[in-house]
Design a protein around this ligand. Structure first.
Ligand code: CU
Length: 506
């Protein structure tokens, strides 16, 4: 409706202008062409001068008035180490082009007034002027050289001062319609290799090569996660795309790079202002202290709601806007806590491990040993303190035996070594080892097998120096399943060895 009204207004304005033109033509015929033409020329010349003044005053005035909403000025100073240099490049360009713009426009309008048509005035003919040619070739050439060289210097500084390997955080952003997949390295601080042939929308949307050991601990953020970065540390971003062109744009850090399918690009930068610090700075500006929701004066103030953001700066389709993502810059301690939480559930271990796509089926990985040892320690201390019988029993999940035999598989060492350490650390704890089997095979041999397995675990601990009077063992055979024996997975759960903490006289 509003659109229609605006359209009609412009239509009517057009009709009015045409009508005025006709009236003027008629008046000219009546009064004599030349006199009227002279009056028109005078009036148009003066109006051009007026337009010049209004245009320059409004143009320059509004730029000054609105400078605080533009990147690079007032509250929106750069939040990255190199951003100031980029801002300064823009300012130099604005300075030179601004001078040229103002001078040429004053001359343009002034000359069209000064040399307007007058009775008896003849145009001067100026076929060639060497001095003028030299001036308007040399001046722009010098200025352009300054701007380009300055730009190259800044570009080289921004793109090449990457610290030695390991001294920076490398993350990866893959753009697609319409989101970003963001990958963080695990504890090794290295991202695994990818191959587009390995892409599988269901299980491997990025095409990560799972046989690369660096893949084991890589973290892929979920779509709802913020991108969190540590302050004052260099971040290198690998930028790729899966379908069409996208653009990785962090406006507050002056980082902008195309994401191109099949052609990896990159950028590195160092955030120097945390989100909290940036908000505190915004608070100094009255326009940022207004309510975030203008309709609700009780809502939070604008500065409190500020967030850095990642935007796609390439018009990539109809939901292009949905590629916005929040970026949060935090202190090193906050970052460590955040990344530790993410690294506790790496994509490979949570999604690929044990499936048909897992190249390490049947192995026990170092990271799993570490995670299990942390888990065992907390289960052990909890069992010591608990009065609840069930909580006093710990399932030794990483203890395995050779098939159909009681002898320990080498993979079991890690957990049993940790267990012997814990028993040494808490000398008042006595423990019972409990063997269980699944329901396959006959009951008597299962009972014997479970006893023998518990016995072998006990023997291992005795060899590690735990004194014999602290340990006992019992076999339950197939009598205490924790899962159904109908499925292979259930039977695997049922074949287990447990540790029960018997007394704790602490
Ligand atoms: Cu996009």
């Amino acid at each position: 409706m509003t659109g229609l009204i605006i359209f009609l207004i412009f239509l009517l304005l057009g009709v009015i202008i045409v009508q005025i033109g006709r009236v003027t033509e008629l008046a000219a015929k009546i009064r004599g062409e030349e006199e009227v033409e002279q009056q028109n020329t005078n009036r148009q010349g003066k109006m051009l001068m007026l337009f010049l003044v209004v245009f320059l005053v409004l143009g320059i005035g509004s730029a000054i008035y609105y400078k605080d909403v533009m990147l690079g000025y007032g509250p929106l100073a750069s939040a990255s180490a190199h951003g100031g240099d980029i801002d300064s490049l823009f300012n130099w360009t604005l300075f030179f082009t601004g001078i040229v713009f103002v001078i040429t426009h004053i001359l343009l309008f002034w000359f069209s007034y000064k040399y307007r048509n007058m009775p008896g005035r003849k145009a001067q003919f100026q076929p060639h002027n060497n001095t003028l040619e030299i001036i308007w070739t040399v001046v722009p050439a010098v200025v352009m050289t300054f701007l380009v060289v300055n730009g190259l210097v800044v570009w080289n500084e921004v793109m090449t001062d990457l610290p030695a390997d390991g001294d920076y955080l490398e993350i990866e952003a893959t753009g697609y319609q319409f989101a970003w997949d963001v990958r963080y390295p695990g504890a090794d601080n290295k991202l695994a290799t990818k191959n587009f042939r390995l892409i599988d929308p269901a299980t491997n949307p990025l095409g990560i090569d799972w046989s690369d050991d660096k893949a084991i601990d890589d973290v892929i953020l979920s779509g709802a996660d913020k991108i969190v970065l540590p302050v004052d540390e260099t971040v290198r971003v690998r930028i790729t795309a899966k379908d069409v062109l996208h653009n990785f744009y962090l406006p507050h850090f002056r980082v902008k790079m195309d994401a191109i399918p099949g052609l990896p690009t990159y950028f590195h930068f160092k955030p120097i202002t945390t989100t909290k610090e940036f908000r505190q700075n915004l608070k100094n500006y009255p326009e940022w202290r207004e309510p975030y929701d203008p309709a609700d004066p009780e809502s939070k103030e604008r500065w409190e709601m500020f967030d850095y953001e990642l935007a796609c700066a390439e018009l990539c389709g109809k939901s292009h806007y949905a590629m916005r993502r929040i970026v949060e810059v935090v202190t090193r301690e906050e970052y460590d806590a955040w990344i530790a939480e993410k690294q506790s559930k790496p994509y490979y271990l949570t999604t690929i491990r044990g499936t048909e796509n897992d190249p390490r089926k049947g192995q026990l990985l170092d990271i799993e040993k570490k995670m299990r040892n942390v888990e065992l320690t907390s289960e052990f201390t909890k069992a010591m303190e608990s009065e609840n019988l069930e909580e006093k029993i710990i399932n030794l999940k990483s203890v395995f035996y050779n098939t159909g035999s009681a002898s320990l598989d080498n993979k079991s060492q890690s957990e049993l070594d940790k267990l012997s350490q814990l028993l040494a650390q808490f000398p008042n704890v006595n423990a019972e080892l409990r063997g269980h089997t699944d329901s396959q095979g006959d009951d008597d041999s299962n009972l014997a097998l479970s006893e023998a397995r518990a016995g072998n675990v006990m023997q291992y601990l005795l060899n590690k120096g735990v004194s014999a009077d602290r340990l006992s063992r019992v076999g339950f055979g197939e009598t205490q399943p924790i899962e159904s024996n109908d499925s292979p997975e259930g039977r695997e759960q049922n074949r287990r060895t447990e540790l029960r903490i018997i007394s704790n006289s602490l």
